[in-house]
Design a protein around this ligand. Structure first.
Ligand SMILES: CC(C)(COP(=O)(O)OP(=O)(O)OC[C@H]1O[C@@H](n2cnc3c(N)ncnc32)[C@H](O)[C@@H]1OP(=O)(O)O)[C@@H](O)C(=O)NCCC(=O)NCCS
Length: 166
């Protein structure tokens, strides 16, 4: 890779530049044994959405390194449209934290229910599949600066919990 393309990979980018909403209609094949949507289906869609966002920011392949606690607040019924909204909240040197918010939409009424939220963390990899630096996050307003500061605290906690020195 030339020096100039490496530099453009590292040019700061806003959370909006990579933010994404993915949708999937919940069909019978997404069911668990109780006839609701299987939690694994929701987590897979979250991970896909977060991974795309991380790769979009880094312009590199990105792998999931950790997932914060996920609580399912409501069952998701078959026939609902699942919406996963993702945006980057924090980046480190090679790691990227993505906030994912999941909603289920009743197509007949338009009502949307918040079913769960989660933070997924990804690491960008170079051509040799080693962690590689990512672009800094261009923080454009107070809310983005607050979310970044909160992400920094979560990162410190994760590193401490995993036995790595923050
Ligand atoms: C992700 C992976 C490449 C990191 O390797 P590593 O040897 O720990 O690399 P490093 O020590 O250089 O750490 C890379 C980044 O990951 C972060 N990291 C590593 N473990 C972490 C954890 N448990 N929690 C949070 N961040 C973590 C480090 O803090 C560092 O971030 P920074 O550069 O922003 O400071 C490696 O663990 C891996 O390949 N894991 C499997 C990924 C995978 O296959 N995921 C698919 C789901 S199974």
């Amino acid at each position: 890779m030339s020096q100039s393309s490496a530099e453009s990979l590292l040019s700061p980018r806003s959370p909006a530049a990579s933010a994404l909403t993915m949708t999937m209609f919940m069909q019978p094949e997404h069911s668990n044994s109780l006839g609701n949507v299987h939690g694994g289906v929701i987590l897979k869609l979250c991970d896909e959405c977060g991974g795309i966002i991380a790769s979009r920011h880094a312009r590199r392949p990105a792998v999931t390194v950790t997932v914060d606690r996920v609580t399912f607040l409501q069952p998701v019924l078959l026939g609902r449209l699942l919406l996963v909204h993702g945006r980057i909240t924090w980046v480190g040197r090679t790691s990227i934290e993505v906030e994912l918010r999941v909603e289920a939409e009743n197509l007949l009424t338009g009502e949307r229910t918040h079913t769960n939220s989660a933070y997924f963390v990804y690491v960008a990899l170079d051509a040799d599949r080693r962690p590689t630096p990512v672009a800094r996050l261009l923080l454009q307003d107070e809310a983005e600066r607050r979310r970044f500061a909160e992400g920094e605290v979560r990162n410190q906690l994760r590193l401490a919990e995993s036995g790595r020195n923050p």
